[in-house]
Design a protein. Structure first.
Length: 638
């Protein structure tokens, strides 16, 4: 909030002061003293005959206690060139009331204004505390394991490859892989899921999770600055800096609105007495009341708070939104584009069929493929290596080459071994037999002779079909799948999930071209959303209007390029993100309607001389409070 406030017209919750408990107590004391002086002045004025100068001195003392800071801020802002803000409006209105002899009314207005500010600051402070509590996943220390002993160190002193010990009840300080031990983890701070997850040797674990029962020995795979917890904290803390279009509109609206109402107040105070000979004091009072009512504080405070609340509410569900602009963009998904592997499917590949060609055995085929893939980090390579199940002497391999979008080649036993898709066989002019089996096909050749085909299958995520259906129910006109996988496999999975359009066999640059084509097809007010997880998805995530990354197992580059991160790797979370965005938008427009509607009514009453300063205070501070409390609902969406 503080970052937001500094970019807008100053308002009652943006005084530059910290909202801590000591500050609240001190302010309450001054409010009580100011109220006591006001009450004493009113009683003395009605019960005793007191000289006017003494009365003025008493009211002036109360005014300085209650409104001195407001007048001082107004003066400082005028020097800086920021004339038309709430401090200026309140200072002019109350000083004007003093000038026409309405001392008690001037001090009363400032008292009730400050009471409203007090409660408003409490509301804003509470929202900050809720966010701080929600984001309280920053680890304080790590138990570094060295030579059989542990030393408590700051997490930033742990390097990749170091071992750490996490005891029951402690928060995991860095991302890593479990080396020893078995336990249940509370992942609610990261994923929003209340059900604990099991972790044992070989499992990946994320920083910020709480170890519930067992003792875990973990190998760090990320430094502290790049760990999941640090990324989440950074994303949420910086989300407020990215304004939604509605926020930008309100900021611009306030910039023109405030000078306009000041001009109208001057006209109300001066034109009727000059034109019709009315009472100057009466019309000046009306102009002053008009000034108090006109303050745009409810809009300036509550709109950014609504979006900030929506961002933090989404994070409670395991959805990280990097700014209010992206949250607002999620309201209108028109075309939703998905990567396949690791997004709609688990990205866990298994060899399901081995088809050697004539003259070769299945073992020879698998051995050649495993040696070709020995240097690759691709999930398909891992599945082949798992199926081979034997150690590989890499010193006997040379000339490894990864051919983007096609496969790999390596020199082994005096021959060049190729492993990849059909395009690789055609590129290298190797005659081959195409299989009709459904799955990802890895064709293998050695010394220019075709050895056979290995078929690998990937498991579809259980919630992928539901995610597609939910997005369509929320108004997505078209769903598309882009993948570098075999077109036949892509078609089969798209049909199973109910996806409208599919493009298979794509290279990374071809994915970019397809997204550019789809952007031209979308509706004028609709948004193109891309959901991916891998390193080669980063360019597409960056160019989409809303880029969504699978954050649990997704590549760092994809998470950095994305606008929204799904921490649980569940596609259905995207539909939940759209619901959060729409709930937040509803709250935003409720606040806009409330603020403008009430102000329009009371501005008319003030100009007509019906509304008093008391109604003016309600129209300003009271409406701002109602709007702030309404904005906080965005945090509590279920």
């Amino acid at each position: 909030m503080s970052e937001e406030c500094t970019t807008r017209e100053p308002c009652c919750a943006c005084s530059g002061e910290k909202h801590g408990q000591p500050h609240e107590k001190g302010k309450l004391v001054w409010l009580i003293i100011g109220a006591a002086i006001l009450a004493a002045g009113i009683a003395a004025e009605r019960l005793f005959e007191i000289h006017e100068y003494m009365l003025l001195a008493a009211y002036a003392a109360g005014y300085l206690i209650l409104g001195g800071a407001v007048v001082l801020r107004a003066a400082k802002n005028i020097v800086k060139g920021k004339v038309f803000d709430e401090n200026f409006l309140m200072a002019v209105a109350t000083i004007g009331a003093f000038a026409i002899g309405e001392y008690a009314e001037a001090v009363s207005v400032m008292l009730f204004y400050q009471v409203g500010v007090f409660f408003q600051e409490m509301a804003v402070g509470k929202s900050r505390k809720n966010i701080a509590r929600l984001m309280d996943i920053r680890p304080d220390y790590a138990n570094l394991y060295i030579n059989g002993a542990t030393a408590e160190v700051h997490p930033d002193r742990v390097n990749i490859g170091d071992a750490i010990i996490v005891k029951p009840g402690e928060r995991i300080p860095l991302d890593g892989v479990v080396l020893e031990g078995e336990s249940m983890l509370d992942t609610a701070s990261l994923t929003g899921e209340s059900v604990p997850r099991g972790a044992s040797a070989g499992d990946k674990v994320l920083s910020g999770c709480v170890n519930l029962n067992g003792l875990l020995k973990i190998e760090a795979t990320q430094t502290y600055g790049k760990s999941t917890a640090a990324r989440i904290i950074d994303l949420v803390e910086n989300a407020a800096a990215k304004k939604a279009p509605t926020e930008k509109f309100i900021t611009k609206f306030a910039r023109y609105y405030t000078p306009a109402v000041v001009g109208l107040a001057l006209l109300i105070a001066a034109v009727p007495p000059l034109a019709a000979g009315g009472e100057w004091a009466d019309w000046i009072r009306r102009g002053l009341i008009f000034l108090v009512i006109s303050c745009p504080c409810a809009l300036v405070i509550s709109i950014p708070l609504s979006f900030f609340g929506g961002v933090s509410g989404a994070s409670r569900k395991g959805i990280l939104v990097k700014g209010g602009n992206y949250l607002e963009a999620l309201n209108d998904p028109d075309i939703v584009v998905f990567d396949k592997t690791g997004t709609l499917t688990k990205g866990v590949f298994n060899v399901t069929d081995i088809q050697p060609s004539t003259g070769h055995s299945g073992d020879d085929l698998l051995r050649a493929a495993a040696h070709a893939e020995a240097f690759s980090n691709h999930p398909i390579a891992h599945s082949i290596l798992r199926a081979y199940g034997k150690g590989i002497e890499k010193t006997g391999l040379s000339g490894y080459n990864e051919i983007a979008g096609h496969g790999v080649s390596v020199d082994m036993d005096g021959k060049t071994v190729l492993a990849g898709n059909r395009d690789l066989m055609e590129k290298m002019c190797v005659p081959f037999e195409e299989t009709r089996k459904t799955g990802t096909k890895v064709y293998v050749a050695a010394g220019g002779r075709f050895m056979g085909c290995i078929v690998i299958s990937d498991e579809v995520r259980p919630d992928s079909r539901g995610a597609i259906s939910a997005l369509k129910a929320l108004g997505a006109r078209k769903t598309v799948m882009l993948t570098g996988d075999d077109p036949q496999v892509a078609e089969a999975i798209a049909g199973e999930l109910g996806i409208d359009e599919v493009f298979g066999g794509l290279l990374p640059q071809e994915k970019v071209a397809k997204v550019e084509m789809l952007k031209r097809e979308k509706r004028a007010k609709g948004k193109l959303v891309f959901v991916g997880d891998g390193m080669n998805d980063a360019p597409v995530l960056a160019m989409a209007e809303v880029g969504v990354a699978m954050g649990g197992l997704g590549a760092d580059a994809a998470i950095e390029a994305a606008d929204v991160v799904l921490m649980t790797d569940e596609p259905r979370k995207l539909a939940e993100a759209v619901k959060v965005a729409r709930y937040t938008r509803k709250i935003v427009w409720q606040n806009i309607a409330l603020a403008l509607g009430v102000k329009a009514l009371f501005l008319a009453l003030g100009a007509a001389g019906v509304a008093t300063m008391w109604e003016a205070v309600f129209a300003d501070v009271g409406v701002a409070l109602l709007a702030v409390f309404n904005a906080m609902r965005a945090m509590r969406m279920r």
